[in-house]
Design a protein around this ligand. Structure first.
Ligand SMILES: Cc1cc2nc3c(=O)[nH]c(=O)nc-3n(C[C@H](O)[C@H](O)[C@H](O)COP(=O)(O)OP(=O)(O)OC[C@H]3O[C@@H](n4cnc5c(N)ncnc54)[C@H](O)[C@@H]3O)c2cc1C
Length: 391
């Protein structure tokens, strides 16, 4: 068992740390306050090749693997979850396209994704299909060389700016997972309306959106995975990608917790009350010790799960455990770190107020804590895992 990072990984992580601390940290509050997407950060990430870290070389990526990719994302999340999400999102729909789309579509879309010229949202959730993702009603029905898409999506992150939406739809009359497939719908397609959802709690520089499809004609060449009413292949194929993205949510949460922890530790060494520094008060020292135990435990879970994916041995239940533990941990730890700042932590002048709001989304999106626990429980009681897990 090897817990050491390679030299290349250490260089990559340290470079991302410098970038995050020197160029992104001080502006993070501005994107939140102005509810503005950090365009300049995205350009910088593209310029440095961070948008193609896990992508195959033939599309311009560097095939660095998920462990290396998320080492970078963790560093970004320490200062700004929004900027971390820009890199993370390159590992969702683009990876589904890379693994499952026909050749022509891959070559048309992926080089632009790596350069930062094409953004692609995930449009899966619907008003009546949240945790139950197989309850979707959106349809994609063949009409000659086109598919006609009808339906409604909700919570589509970056849907207001994405050039393409990876839409989950039913390709014929079917129920459950059977018949569901995925199709790329381009931004300016006639019949597509996008509406931003207002009043978001955190990560305010990223917008979630409702998408309305009214007889939208999409070229047949844009089908990523074909839905077949006889089987669930068009749905199950893309699901494998979510092993990595679930852990990715955990890594982003880990990064936010670490960022909050660093700020609290620094403040505790200067703030004095009762003639004593906060860092000398036993009760607070133990709170920080507890926080560090949780951070390290989350790190072990997340990177073990990612290393197994990189090794071609994904463990879906472990991915769910990593997501649940790291995202729930980060909520507790950021709140505890905010507590160290007393009343000052409650105000937006300090990053803690933003971090507490930001990290909240990670227990919800990408499969809620409860649905992840259903996956874990399913694993516990499945025939395959009878006899328990082995280290
Ligand atoms: C900030 C944000 C960004 C998002 N981005 C995207 C995106 O880009 N694309 C996209 O398609 N979707 C996106 N989503 C949607 C997200 O995936 C869903 O919100 C999530 O799957 C939950 O669905 P729901 O909100 O309809 O809640 P519901 O499914 O209605 O759940 C309500 C509550 O019931 C619990 N619950 C549901 N079923 C069970 C069960 N079987 N057992 C136990 N508890 C259960 C849930 O955990 C939750 O607590 C985003 C959501 C948020 C908040």
């Amino acid at each position: 068992m090897d817990f050491e990072l390679s030299e290349d990984q250490i260089h990559l992580r340290d470079a991302a740390r410098r970038l995050a601390q020197q160029e992104f940290r001080d502006k993070a509050g501005r994107w939140d306050k102005e509810e503005k997407f950090p365009e300049e950060n995205k350009h910088r990430l593209a310029e440095l090749g961070y948008l193609g870290l896990s992508m195959e070389r033939e599309y311009g990526g560097s095939e660095a693997g998920l462990v290396s990719t998320y080492l970078v994302i963790e560093e970004l999340a320490k200062v700004d979850l929004l900027t971390a999400m820009i890199v993370h999102d390159q590992n969702v729909s683009p990876r589904i396209i890379a693994n499952h789309a026909p050749d022509e579509l891959r070559r048309r879309v992926l080089p632009g994704v790596v350069k930062g010229e094409i953004e692609c949202s995930i449009a899966w959730t619907e008003p009546e299909a949240g945790s139950d993702g197989t309850a979707i009603r959106t349809t994609a029905i063949r009409d000659g060389d086109f598919y006609i898409v009808n339906g409604q999506k909700v919570f589509t992150t970056f849907g207001d700016r994405a050039h393409m939406h990876l839409v989950y739809a039913r390709f014929g009359p079917s129920r459950g997972a059977k018949g569901i497939g995925t199709i790329l719908v381009e931004r300016d397609s006639p019949g597509l309306t996008v509406r931003k959802i207002e009043g978001k709690m955190g990560v305010r520089g990223a917008a979630e959106n409702e998408l309305f499809f009214d007889n939208v004609r999409v070229p047949a060449g844009n089908v990523v995975t074909m839905g077949d009413p006889e089987n669930s292949r068009g749905f199950v194929g893309p699901l494998t990608i979510y092993n990595g993205t679930r852990v990715g949510m955990g890594v982003m949460a880990l990064g936010v917790a670490e960022g909050a922890f660093d700020l609290a530790r620094e403040y505790m060494t200067v703030r004095e009350q009762f003639g004593q520094k906060l860092c000398d008060m036993q009760g607070l020292r133990w709170m920080m010790a507890d926080a560090l135990i949780e951070i390290e435990a989350a790190r072990c879970l997340c990177y073990k799960a990612l290393a197994l994916i990189d090794a071609g041995k994904p463990d879906p239940a472990l991915c769910s455990m990593a997501k649940v533990f790291a995202t729930e941990m980060a909520q507790r730890v950021t709140l505890q770190c905010q507590q160290m700042f007393g009343g000052y932590g409650y105000f937006g002048l300090l990053p803690l107020e933003r971090m507490v709001r930001d990290v909240r989304m990670l227990t919800l999106t990408g499969g809620t804590t409860q649905t992840q626990k259903n996956v874990i429980a399913g694993h516990i009681f499945s025939q395959k895992s009878a006899g328990g897990r082995r280290p």
